[in-house]
Design a protein around this ligand. Structure first.
Ligand code: GLU
Length: 548
């Protein structure tokens, strides 16, 4: 009996060879310098901001020279798979306009691109053909170590402070004669397939990561598992080799946590004599916590998850900008000189990624967002809030839908001016900043007129309605009338006079406008009062003032 018998026993149905797959998935025909990138999340049900950074970098690189950006669903760990996870990731990419050129959406029965399947669990036969090849070549073998045996090896290695893993004398089944392996399998013994590593831990090799620069690693000498016994699917390492080779990925953008696996990946690519893609291991995302800096944590920091930005209603533009700012140190300067073009025009340089970690600052995002929102038109704001509220606040959505023009007027307060008012940071905040404009929310109000005497308040409001309010006034006329009323009621219409002789007056024009403002909005700090009154209109103004 020989290796062929062993390979056929393990994979009786695998008939295609590596050469067949090479033909099926030939080199891509792309313009010079075009990059093929992929976003390869595992369906765990959430998307970390680090994933988003990787996706944005992938997208940026692929768009530069008409390359390809594809989405691959890495679902080999089926015990971790969360229902709806794939759809969620798709929706995040779509929300930010990072749509992949190639993908497979099983639920929609939609597949685009000729390098699929793009779902790992559908690629089992392909992986197995590659594993079969290794077995035939004597470069992989079935390993019959039980979980208990492996646990005990691990414990002894930890105790003796040795490297953890199945290598050297721990690789008990590495040289098991083929006949014996066949017998064990025929007897129904459980096994995984391991790589028969040919590396030497004492030998070093150089590796160039586009973001981290040149690094040196010891060779891998661990017989890593390449196929799991549970479902016949490959481990991450092996799937990475097969998929990124056959899908002709040129640039692998992935998290720092994979850097330590480079020796394994280096060996795998070498074993097959495949060209390794280029790697960009993206930095860890850090945040300031008090006066120290730490890794952003999905457990502690809501902003570590992409769902946070959608729920809060951050404009997508702002989120992408904030991500690009941490992706490349020169992005902000570039943006200042190119305010109106897409981020994809930016010449992204992996070298300018910070290897030591990328500091993500929510205040910075807030500033970008505020600034961006202040420059939208009233229609744009309206449409965005409408879309946001339809998902997250149906009651508000219905109100906005009922009063489109009225709402747009509200958003227009102090907007069409040289320096527009920076009122809003995200869409979820807009209700809390405009609620008082809607009668639906302006109900059962308990007023708080601060230090003002309620009799004075009533006198001012009643006098105003009876003698000084004219809804057709221009802003100047409106202001003059308020001044006139101040003079007649014993309030200083001129702040300078008031400051010089405060005792001569009951108060000043600031008190009077403040009282009117509180009566109409309950708040003592609002955007332009004249605009608010104009938009509220006569009936509401009078009704609110009379209710006090
Ligand atoms: N499925 C891996 C993850 O979600 C992807 C790593 C990679 O991009 O290769 O971490």
């Amino acid at each position: 009996m020989n290796r062929e018998d062993l390979a056929n026993l393990i994979f009786p149905n695998i008939t295609k060879t590596i050469e067949d797959y090479e033909k099926e998935y030939p080199e891509r025909n792309l313009p010079d310098g075009a990059m093929v990138t992929r976003f390869a999340p595992s369906p765990t049900g959430f998307m970390h901001i680090g994933h988003m950074l990787a996706a944005v970098v992938d997208y940026c690189l692929s768009k530069k020279k008409n390359g390809v950006f594809y989405l691959r669903n890495e679902d080999t760990d089926q015990s971790r798979e969360v229902e709806g996870a794939v759809e969620y990731i798709r929706s995040v990419l779509a929300h930010y306009n990072l749509n992949p050129d190639e993908y497979e959406y099983r639920d929609l029965n939609e597949i685009k691109g000729s390098y699929g399947p793009y779902i790992q669990s559908e690629r089992k036969e392909i992986y197995q053909a590659f594993i079969k090849h290794l077995i035939l070549e004597g470069k992989a073998y079935p390993c019959f170590l039980t979980q208990e045996e492996m646990d005990s090896i691990r414990e002894s290695q930890a105790r003796d402070k040795r490297r953890i893993g199945i290598y050297g004398r721990y690789a008990k089944y590495r040289d098991l004669p083929v006949e014996e392996a066949i017998k064990k399998i025929q007897n129904g013994e459980k096994y995984t397939i391991r790589l028969k590593s040919s590396g030497d831990f004492n030998r070093k090799f150089k590796f160039n990561d586009l973001a981290n620069g040149e690094m040196e690693f010891p060779e891998n000498d661990i017989d890593i598992p390449i196929m799991k016994s549970s479902n016949g699917l490959p481990t991450y390492h092996f799937a990475h080799l097969v998929d990124d080779h056959l899908m002709r990925t040129t640039h692998v953008v992935r998290g720092q946590e994979w850097i330590s696996s480079i020796p394994v990946h280096y060996e795998l690519f070498k074993t097959f004599n495949f060209k390794m893609p280029k790697y960009i291991h993206i930095p860890l995302i850090l945040k300031k916590d008090g006066d120290h800096v730490r890794k952003i944590s999905k457990r502690l920091d809501p902003e570590a998850k992409m769902s946070f930005y959608e729920e809060m209603g951050y404009p997508k533009y702002a989120v992408i900008e904030a991500i690009m700012t941490i992706a490349n140190s020169n992005y902000e300067a570039w943006r200042e000189n190119h305010p109106d073009v897409s981020f994809t025009e930016f010449e992204f340089s992996p070298k300018k990624m910070s290897a030591s970690g990328a500091l993500f600052d929510l205040d910075k995002l807030n500033n970008i967002s505020k600034n961006y929102l202040s420059h939208l038109t009233k229609e744009e704001i309206y449409n965005e809030v409408l879309a946001w509220s339809e998902k997250y606040d149906l009651e508000f959505f219905n109100i906005l839908k009922k009063y489109p023009d009225y709402s747009k007027q509200i958003y227009n307060i102090e907007r069409e001016q040289k320096k527009p008012r920076k009122d809003y940071t995200y869409y979820s905040e807009i209700k809390s900043k405009t609620w008082y404009m809607y009668d639906e929310y302006f109900q059962n109000i308990e007023y708080n007129f601060l230090e003002y005497d309620l009799n004075d308040v009533r006198l001012i409001l009643n006098t105003y309605i009876e003698k000084y309010y004219n809804e057709l006034d221009t802003q100047e006329e409106w202001f003059n009338r308020i001044k006139e009323m101040c003079d007649n009621l014993g309030y200083a219409s001129n702040m300078k006079d008031y400051k010089e002789h405060p005792l001569n007056y009951k108060g000043s024009i600031v008190d009077v406008t403040n009282i009117i403002r509180i009566a109409l909005t309950t708040l003592s700090n609002t955007p332009n009062l004249y605009d608010i009154m104009k938009i509220l209109g006569k009936d509401r103004v009078i009704k609110r003032m009379q209710s006090i």
